[in-house]
Ligand binder design. Structure first.
Ligand SMILES: Cc1cc2nc3c(=O)[nH]c(=O)nc-3n(C[C@H](O)[C@H](O)[C@H](O)COP(=O)(O)OP(=O)(O)OC[C@H]3O[C@@H](n4cnc5c(N)ncnc54)[C@H](O)[C@@H]3O)c2cc1C
Length: 427
């Protein structure tokens, strides 16, 4: 590739971008060889990198922690890593808002918030995501009345597809499009999120049989702050996610409850990080590290209207039985409706159902069967996970799809942020 000589961009080029450095996501199901990989350490360097891509007619994608199972980050053009843009920049105590640089991980953000008296309202089961990655894919936890990450976003400073730094705040209708931006609306530099005064949680795990868990679902959702459950198809399903299980008992057709409830503050020597019995700061009970040596898997997750969850899961279980080599737990969670245009939870209280493909097997027939099972329930895909939705499916499922695409074209008139996966869906 030809090197750029424009002095306006010489600063970022003098950072010596990596050329043809291989990239892979965590699950290793997607790889690419970007022509140039940058690790900018300032806003202006990010804008420079965008202008380099424009000048060289290259596409550009931004990586968070590369945890998504879908090919959101793949590019043959320019890849940005914002690992050098981290840390809290300000906290507005009155408005209960934090401003943080986009490359900060959920873990570092939550830990720093805690020391300053604040918490995120909810989190997913892991915390290694970059905050911009979690926002751009509508990452979520579980719990009635609790929204996903995207809806926490109240302001963002970003570099658009022209290489301009712009701000989008609460009074700007574009905010709802940018909240679940998929990396298509610009490179996030700094974000503002709603936070809540810090609180303590205690976790309990239970392992009821599926029939009991299904009957109790409504009541457990109503009476626990956070309730999610995994259904285990076979005796060995729990091992795929290294889940605890009671000694010596068959786990086939049992479930694992993930429940957490608020407790009064406890001193630090009473905190526990033991999975299944965690107790302490909310952020340490809601999420855990992926862990060294975690087994790989290939996850698909769809959100359906909350009311149909039990009907839908019964059909997914039937598909799972028809694919005996697919042994991972099925995960059910609850998420409050939000107003982020491309969020799976847009204007709809939702329940999510996730399944996973087993490495070393032909898992696509199973994932396709689950897709076909869930589409009649008006399913919407999790953007960070595998899915089989076409552009026509998206148009039907997301009421704001056409407006989103129109705004994407305004934000990025040259299609700089499109890759081979996103172009057919959003060009
Ligand atoms: C083991 C495991 C457990 C998981 N658990 C959960 C869970 O409990 N709940 C859940 O909802 N999801 C979960 N996920 C999915 C995960 O939260 C999402 O895929 C999330 O997007 C990953 O964050 P990331 O920082 O790795 O983003 P990446 O995968 O790197 O990127 C995701 C998207 O964000 C964009 N992006 C990143 N940074 C920027 C930026 N600065 N500006 C603009 N766009 C940007 C990327 O371009 C891409 O489109 C899990 C994934 C794994 C592997």
């Amino acid at each position: 590739m030809t090197m750029v000589s424009n002095p306006a961009e010489s600063a970022i080029m003098s950072d010596q971008p990596k050329q043809n450095q291989a990239w892979s996501n965590w699950a290793q199901n997607f790889t690419s060889n970007p022509a140039l990989t940058f690790y900018p350490d300032s806003e202006s360097r990010v804008a420079d990198a965008v202008r380099v891509a424009l000048r060289e007619n290259l596409t550009l994608r931004t990586a968070g922690s590369s945890l998504s199972f879908s090919p959101l980050v793949t590019t043959q053009g320019v890849l940005l890593h914002l690992d050098n843009l981290t840390g809290i920049t300000s906290i507005d105590e009155e408005k209960q808002r934090v401003r943080v640089l986009a490359g900060t991980t959920v873990k570092d953000l939550a830990a720093e918030l805690w020391t300053r008296g604040w918490s995120l309202r909810n989190q997913g089961i892991i915390w290694e995501q970059a905050i911009a990655g979690a926002l751009n894919t509508s990452t979520h936890g579980t719990g009635r009345g609790l929204r996903g990450f995207s809806s926490m976003l109240t302001w963002v400073r970003l570099v658009d597809g022209r290489g301009e730094i712009i701000e989008i705040g609460e009074d700007d209708p574009r905010l709802h499009a940018v909240q679940t931006g998929l990396g298509l609306m610009g490179v996030f530099l700094e974000v503002e999120l709603e936070v809540v005064p810090r609180f303590f949680l205690e976790e309990t795990f239970q392992f009821p049989h599926w029939d009991v868990a299904a009957k109790a679902w409504e009541n457990e959702v109503a009476t626990n702050r956070n309730h999610g459950l995994m259904w285990l198809k076979s005796d060995t399903s729990a091992q795929e996610y290294s889940l605890p299980s009671p000694d010596g008992e068959s786990m086939a057709n049992r479930t694992v409850y993930f429940q957490a409830n608020e407790i009064d503050p406890i001193p630090e020597n009473d905190w526990s990080d033991r999975i299944g019995a965690r107790r302490g700061p909310a952020y340490r009970v809601l999420s855990a590290p992926i862990g060294e040596g975690a087994k790989l898997f290939y996850e698909l997750e769809y959100a359906v209207p909350y009311e149909v969850i039990l009907e839908a899961t019964a059909l997914v279980q039937r598909q799972s039985e028809l694919h005996p080599e697919q042994n991972h737990p099925m995960f059910m969670r609850v998420i409050e409706a939000d107003d982020s245009w491309m969020s799976p939870f847009y204007e709809r209280e939702s329940a999510t159902i996730s399944v996973a493909g087993m490495p070393g097997t032909d898992y696509w027939p199973f994932l396709r069967a689950v897709h076909e099972t869930l589409m009649p329930f008006k399913a919407r895909a999790h953007w960070g996970k595998l899915h089989l939705m076409t552009r026509e499916d998206l148009q039907r499922a997301y009421p704001k799809f056409d407006e989103y695409v129109a705004l994407r074209r305004e934000q990025d008139p040259n299609g700089l942020f499109l890759n081979d996966y996103l172009r057919p869906l959003f060009a």
